[in-house]
Design a protein around this ligand. Structure first.
Ligand code: NAG
Ligand code: NAG
Ligand code: NAG
Ligand code: NAG
Ligand code: NAG
Ligand code: NAG
Ligand code: NAG
Ligand code: NAG
Ligand code: NAG
Length: 721
C-alpha cells in the first residue's frame, strides 16, 4: 500500500515539473549544445562536409539518457536521429552550392525539448559548368531543334537560360539539373548557342558560368516571292492597277501556309500560294504594297512601292466678301489649285456646290453666287474629272446680323462729383460689336464686346448736371462705310448733393409766445427728394424726419411752452448721402401779453408804494424835529410789533412784502393800523383804490399818533427790511 502511494506521487511530481527534473532520482541539465560544420563553414564545391551536433549534459547518476537529435537547414528539418551518445555526425557528403544555408541542431532529452544550438552558416562556392547539347547542327528555316542544358552534379532549384549569339532567347524553371528547349530559327544564318543556369539558395541565387558553344547553321528554304504591279511607273490617279503575288519553289510541307497582299494596314487579298488584285490607283492611299508568305514560323515578304500622280488637287471653297451680313449676296468659289495637265485639260474639271444653288450652272467655272443669305449654312464643293471626285472641306458661312440702334443709359445713379457709369447696349447684332462713347461728338473711348456676357460700361466724370446730356454712343459691328447706328442723347438726372441747409422759425424767434404753434422750416438745395431731419440740441435722435420733393419742409410744434426752449437745427441730404447741417436757431418762448401787463401793473404799484413810504419817512423825521409839545398826543397805535405786510398777488402765488422788494408790476398792499393778526389781503379792487396813494396816505398819516419810543425812522425800517 505504501509503495503504491510513493509511486503515484513520483509520477505526479514528474508530471507537474517536466524538463527540469525527470525523476526524483534522475536529475539532468543540458549544459551546452553546439553545432560545428566540418571541415569549415566556407568550403569549395565537392568538399566532404559534416555537421557535428554535440550536447553536454550534467546528470545526477550515470545512466543512459535517450537523446533525439534534429538538424534544421533554413528552419526546415533535414535530419533526425535518436542516440544515446553525446554527439552525432551528419555527413552532407560532397558539398554543393545548394547546401549553402543556415544550420542549427536541437535535442530532446528523454522526450523533453531543450534549447537549440546557435545557428551556423555554411557557404559553398563553385558551380559545375553547364553542358549544352543540340540534336541537330544544321537545320532549315523554321525547322525545330531540341537543346538540352545540363548542370552536372548539381542539385536544388534551377533556372536555365539559353542564348542565341549572346542574346537570351528562352528561360525555364526546373527542380532537376537539366532542361530541354525547343528552338526554331526563321532566318538564314549561323548562330552560336550556349546556356547558363542559376541555383536558388535563400535568399538569392548563384549564377553558373557559360556552357560550351554550339553552332547551328540555318539553311534557307528554296522559296521566293514574286510581286508584280502593272503599271509600276507614271501611275496616275484613276489608273487601273493589276497586282499579282506568287510563291515559287514551294515543296510539299506539313506546315500550314498562307499568302497575304497588304497595302499599308489594309489586307487587299489573301491566298495559299498566289494572289491577284485589281484596283484603281488613288492619290491619297499608301503606295507601298507588301506580299507576305507565312509557313509555320517562316515568313517571306516582297515589297514594292509605286508613286501615284495626282490628277487634280482637292478643291478649296472660299467666300467673298469676308464679312457677310444677313441678306447679303455672297460669292462662293470652288477651285482645284493644281492638275496634271499632261492627262487632263482644265475644261474636263467640273465643280458642283453642295447644297446646290439655283441656277445650277455657275456663271463662271466654280464660281457660285448666293443671293440674300439668311441663315448659317455649311457648304462643300466637289471637283470631278475622269470619274474622280474630290470634295472640299466644309465652309460654314455664318451671316452676321447688323447691330441695332444702341441705347444709352446710366448704371445706378449719376451723382455730381462721382464717376458715372454709362452703359451702351444694342438689343441685337452679331458679335464682336464696338461701342464708342462720344461727348459733344468728340470720341471719348471705344469698348469692343466679343462675348454675349460682356457689356460696354464707360466711366465718365460729370462736372455739371447739364454735362450728362452731351453723351451719345455708337455701335458698330461691320466695316462698311455706311453710317453706324447712334444712340439718343443720354437723358438722365444728375443728382446734386445739397450744399447748405437753413432753419427758420415761424413765427420769428423774437415773438414766440406760450400756446403759439411754432413752425420750424428747413430749407436746402440739392436734387429732390431731399430728406430733412430736425434736431433739438442735446438730443441725438431727430425730432422729426420728412422726405420731400420740395426744397423745403417744415416741422410743426403745436402750442409751444417753456419746455420747447432751446436750440434747434436741421439736416438735409439726398441720394448722395452727403449730409448738410443748418445753423442753430434759439427758441425762447415768451409769456403772453396779458400776464405781462398784469405784472407791469404790479410793478408800477410797488414803485408807487416805495415812493409813498419814502415821503412818509421824510415827513416823520421832520415832525420829530419840529415840536416836543406834540409828543403829548397819545398814540393809540401802531403797537411796537406792528408789521407792514405787502401782498403781491400773481395768480396763485403770494409773496410776502418783507421778503420781496417790489420789482415788477403787481398789486401792492398797504400797511394799516389794524391789529397784526389781521393780514390784509388786497385784491384787485383794493389795489385799484390805492391807485391814488398820495391823497389817501396824506389823510391817514397826518392824524396818526406816533409812538414816542420809536419814531418815524422805524417805519422806514419796516419798509426797507
Ligand atoms: C568523400 O567521402 C567519400 C566516402 O565517404 C569518398 O569516397 C570521397 O573520396 C571523399 N571525397 C573527398 C574529396 O575527400
Ligand atoms: C524522424 O524521422 C522519421 C523518419 O525519417 C520520422 O518518422 C520522425 O517523425 C522524425 N522525428 C521527428 C522528431 O521529427
Ligand atoms: C563561346 O564563344 C564566345 C564568343 O566567341 C567566347 O567569348 C566564349 O569564350 C566561348 N565559350 C566557350 C566555352 O568556348
Ligand atoms: C493560284 O492558286 C490557285 C489555287 O489557290 C490555283 O488554282 C492556280 O492555278 C494558281 N495560279 C498560279 C498562276 O499559280
Ligand atoms: C455645320 O457643320 C458643323 C460641324 O461641321 C455643325 O456643327 C453645324 O451644326 C453645321 N451647321 C449647319 C447649319 O448645318
Ligand atoms: C475678345 O477680345 C479680346 C481682346 O480684344 C481677345 O483677346 C479675345 O481673344 C476675344 N475673344 C473672342 C472670343 O473673340
Ligand atoms: C474721374 O476723376 C477721377 C478723380 O477725380 C480720376 O481718377 C478719373 O481718372 C477720372 N475719370 C475719367 C474718365 O476722367
Ligand atoms: C473694333 O475695334 C477694333 C480695335 O479698335 C478694330 O480693330 C475693329 O476693326 C473694330 N471693329 C469694327 C466692326 O469696327
Ligand atoms: C413731408 O413734407 C411734405 C411737404 O413739406 C408734406 O406734404 C408731407 O405731408 C410731409 N410728410 C409727412 C409724413 O409728414
Amino acid at each position: 500500500m505504501g509503495l503504491l502511494i510513493l509511486l503515484t506521487s513520483t509520477l505526479l511530481y514528474s508530471y507537474f515539473h517536466p524538463g527540469r527534473v525527470v525523476d526524483a532520482q534522475r536529475l539532468f541539465i543540458l549544459k551546452d549544445i553546439t553545432l560545428t560544420i566540418e571541415p569549415s563553414k566556407d568550403v569549395k564545391r565537392g568538399t566532404n562536409v559534416s555537421l557535428r551536433c554535440k550536447a553536454t549534459v550534467s546528470q545526477s547518476e550515470t545512466w543512459e539518457l535517450r537523446r533525439e537529435y534534429t538538424v534544421y537547414k533554413d528552419n526546415n528539418l533535414i535530419y533526425n536521429k535518436t542516440s544515446i551518445s553525446e554527439e552525432i555526425l551528419y555527413p552532407l557528403g560532397e558539398a554543393r552550392v545548394a547546401n549553402s544555408g543556415k544550420y542549427r541542431c536541437e535535442i530532446n532529452i528523454d522526450d523533453k525539448p531543450q534549447r537549440p544550438s546557435e545557428t551556423q552558416k555554411l557557404t559553398v562556392t563553385g558551380l559545375s559548368k553547364p553542358q549544352l547539347r543540340l540534336n541537330k547542327g544544321v537545320v532549315k528555316e523554321g525547322e525545330e531543334i531540341t537543346a538540352t542544358c545540363i548542370a552536372p552534379g548539381e542539385m536544388g532549384s534551377f533556372f536555365f537560360y539559353i542564348y542565341e549569339d549572346s542574346n537570351e532567347i528562352k528561360e525555364k524553371q526546373v527542380s532537376s539539373n537539366q532542361a530541354e528547349f525547343k528552338l526554331r530559327f526563321s532566318s538564314v544564318n549561323r548562330r552560336r548557342i550556349h546556356c547558363t543556369y542559376t541555383v536558388l539558395i535563400t535568399p538569392y541565387s548563384v549564377k553558373s558560368e557559360e556552357s560550351n558553344n554550339v553552332t547551328v547553321s540555318v539553311k534557307e528554304l528554296p522559296i521566293t516571292i514574286d510581286l508584280d504591279i502593272d503599271p509600276v511607273t507614271r501611275v496616275y490617279e484613276g489608273d487601273q492597277l493589276n497586282i499579282l503575288c506568287k510563291v515559287n519553289g514551294l515543296q510539299h510541307s506539313d506546315e500550314s501556309v498562307r499568302l497575304l497582299l497588304i497595302q499599308g494596314i489594309q489586307i487587299l487579298s489573301s491566298g495559299l500560294t498566289n494572289v491577284s488584285h485589281s484596283m484603281v490607283a488613288q492619290a491619297n492611299y499608301a503606295e507601298e504594297f507588301e506580299c507576305k508568305f507565312e509557313m509555320g514560323n517562316v515568313v517571306k515578304t516582297a515589297t514594292k512601292t509605286i508613286s501615284v500622280i495626282e490628277l487634280f488637287s482637292a478643291p478649296t471653297l472660299t467666300v467673298s466678301p469676308d464679312e457677310v451680313f444677313q441678306r447679303d449676296d455672297v460669292t462662293l468659289t470652288c477651285k482645284s489649285e493644281s492638275y496634271a495637265s499632261e492627262r487632263l485639260s482644265e475644261d474636263e474639271l467640273t465643280y458642283t456646290l453642295d447644297p446646290p444653288q439655283t441656277p445650277q450652272t455657275p456663271s463662271r467655272k466654280g464660281v457660285f453666287s448666293v443671293k440674300s443669305l439668311r441663315i448659317e449654312t455649311n457648304y462643300t464643293c466637289v471637283a470631278e474629272a475622269m470619274r474622280i471626285k474630290k470634295r472640299s472641306k466644309t465652309l460654314t458661312v455664318r451671316p452676321k446680323i447688323f447691330v441695332s440702334t444702341p441705347k444709352i443709359s446710366v448704371v445706378g445713379r449719376a451723382i455730381l462729383g462721382q464717376p458715372v457709369k454709362i452703359l451702351c447696349q444694342s438689343d441685337i447684332g452679331s458679335l464682336p460689336i464696338n461701342y464708342t462713347l462720344f461727348k459733344d461728338f468728340v470720341e471719348v473711348s471705344t469698348i469692343s464686346i466679343n462675348r454675349s456676357s460682356q457689356q460696354a460700361h464707360f466711366e465718365v466724370n460729370i462736372t455739371s448736371p447739364e454735362d450728362i446730356k452731351q453723351y451719345i454712343c455708337e455701335a458698330s459691328n461691320n466695316h462698311r462705310h455706311n453710317k453706324q447706328p447712334l444712340s439718343e442723347k443720354l437723358n438722365a438726372i444728375v443728382i446734386v448733393p445739397p450744399s447748405y441747409a437753413e432753419l427758420m422759425a415761424v413765427p420769428d424767434e423774437s415773438g414766440i409766445y406760450e400756446g403759439d404753434d411754432l413752425y420750424l422750416l428747413c430749407r436746402a438745395d440739392g436734387t429732390p427728394p431731399v430728406t430733412f431731419k430736425w434736431y433739438h440740441v442735446g438730443n441725438n435722435l431727430p425730432l422729426y424726419t420728412n422726405t420731400s420733393n420740395d426744397y423745403s419742409s417744415s416741422y410743426q410744434v403745436p402750442s409751444v411752452s417753456k419746455e420747447h426752449n432751446g436750440r434747434y437745427y436741421c439736416e438735409a441730404f439726398n441720394h448722395v448721402n452727403k449730409v448738410v447741417r443748418s445753423e442753430e436757431v434759439t427758441i425762447e418762448v415768451q409769456m403772453v401779453l396779458w400776464k405781462k401787463a398784469l405784472i407791469g401793473g404790479f410793478c408800477l404799484l410797488a414803485v408807487s408804494v416805495l415812493v409813498v413810504v419814502c415821503v412818509l419817512c421824510f415827513r416823520s423825521k421832520r415832525g420829530k424835529r419840529d415840536g416836543a409839545a406834540e409828543l403829548s398826543v397819545k398814540p393809540s397805535s401802531p403797537k411796537s410789533d406792528d408789521t407792514l405786510t405787502v401782498t403781491l398777488t400773481h395768480d396763485t402765488e403770494v409773496y410776502n412784502a418783507d421778503k420781496v422788494v417790489m420789482d415788477s408790476g403787481a398789486a401792492v398792499s398797504v400797511w394799516t393800523k389794524r391789529p397784526p393778526e389781521e393780514d390784509v389781503a388786497i385784491d384787485e379792487e383794493s389795489s385799484m383804490v390805492t391807485k391814488e396813494p398820495d391823497v389817501e396816505y396824506t389823510e391817514v398819516v397826518h392824524p396818526r399818533p406816533v409812538d414816542p419810543a420809536r419814531g418815524p425812522a422805524d417805519y422806514h425800517d419796516y419798509v426797507s427790511n
